[in-house]
Design a protein around this ligand. Structure first.
Ligand code: KG4
Ligand code: ZN
Length: 333
């Protein structure tokens, strides 16, 4: 049996994370330190603060993860790290630590594309989905529909022409005076709201195609905001927004599956943690007879388990991803 235990490091944005994954035994350990509190008062991630905090946290986190995994550096077969896309200073921290460990222990260094990590996160679950599948990748920086034929065989079907869906959640939450990052806060507020009090557009669903646009929704919320006086009205607005966004995503997922002919949909990225989106996609799957896979919420948002998992798959395949040797802030999938 192929084991190939891989240590994975993720520092592309505001989470310092480390994990050990092995193809036979699965995830052996994973640890994460979130910088959310550090950036909250600025209403967004401050890149310089992010880099400095990664520097302070990463070494103890690696030691802790390895101790929890029950194996030592000598048992590892590779070191995977997020090489991009992301904040360059933050990426450099993880890359330097990974390169140091790899060099000290004579191990191969495996640069991983952050979005490939998200794409393969459902593989951390049992049973894991089988290739081929269609993936909805929804995070703070990306909104994409991708046809996944196999490892490294990705075809972009559609993407956002402006704001990413997570960004739309965060900006709308900010308008409602909710703390950063707003997505989960907005979702919680929406639970107490009525779905039909505020009716927002489902952008770009009235014409063919798989691209998205979310910047207009934000404007629609801004226009509606004066009508959202009081706690119940704010909850109604949050709910109306969430309904519009999730309906839009679900319509496009349905279309994408018709186009690819795939019988499996996987959802990845931070917005994949949204419970209303999950419920609607499950309903669509039951209706249309396909399978919907979701990683558990903690593997939807940034984490190192997905990086170790992607690194292990790459190592077993014996092929490094085409991409930069070190780090890059921009890197098409
Ligand atoms: O994948 P991720 O952790 O980081 C990026 O690579 O961007 O995604 C973070 C995004 C944020 O915009 C956050 O507000 C959103 O995911 N998010 C949610 C939920 N949980 C996280 N959006 C809506 N509902 C949620 N439950
Ligand atoms: Zn991410």
């Amino acid at each position: 049996t192929v084991r190939m235990p891989v240590l994975g490091i993720e520092t592309s944005c505001d989470e310092t994370a480390c994990a050990v994954y092995d193809a036979t035994r699965g995830l052996l350990a994973h640890r994460l330190h979130s910088q959310v509190d550090l950036h909250a008062r600025y209403g967004g991630v401050v890149p310089e603060l992010a880099s400095r905090d990664h520097v302070a946290r990463i070494a103890p986190l690696v030691r802790e993860t390895l101790a929890a995994s029950g194996i030592g550096f000598g048992d590892l077969d590779g070191i995977a790290y997020t090489a991009g896309p992301g904040l360059i200073g933050a990426l450099m921290v993880g890359a330097a630590v990974a390169a140091g460990i790899a060099s000290a222990h004579g191990l191969p260094l495996i640069p991983v594309h952050h979005m490939e990590g998200h794409l393969l996160a459902p593989m951390l679950e049992t049973p894991a989905p089988q290739f081929p599948f269609t993936a909805l990748l929804v995070s703070g920086g990306h909104t994409m529909l991708i046809a996944v034929e196999g490892l490294g065989r990705y075809e972009l079907l559609g993407e956002s022409l402006d704001d990413a869906v997570g960004e739309a959640f965060d900006k709308t939450a900010k308008l409602l005076g909710l703390p950063y990052p707003g997505g989960p806060h907005l979702a919680r507020l929406a639970e107490r709201g009525q779905p039909d009090v505020f009716r927002f557009p489902r952008p770009m669903t009235d014409r063919p195609g798989l691209d998205f646009s979310f910047s207009g929704l934000k404007t629609a919320v801004l226009v509606a905001l004066p009508r959202a006086e009081g706690e119940q009205a704010r909850a109604d607005l949050a709910r109306g927004f969430e309904e519009a966004v999730t309906d839009t995503l679900v319509i496009k997922c349905g279309r994408a599956l018709v186009q690819t002919g795939h019988r499996t949909l996987i959802v990845a990225g931070g917005v994949g943690a949204n419970l209303r989106l999950r419920a609607k996609l499950r309903a669509l799957a039951a209706d249309k007879g396909f399978t919907a896979f979701f990683p558990r919420a903690e593997f939807c948002t940034d984490n190192a388990a997905m990086i170790a998992c992607a690194g292990s798959a790459r190592l077993i395949e014996g092929r490094k991803p085409d991409g930069p040797l070190f780090t890059t802030p921009r890197w098409p999938l």
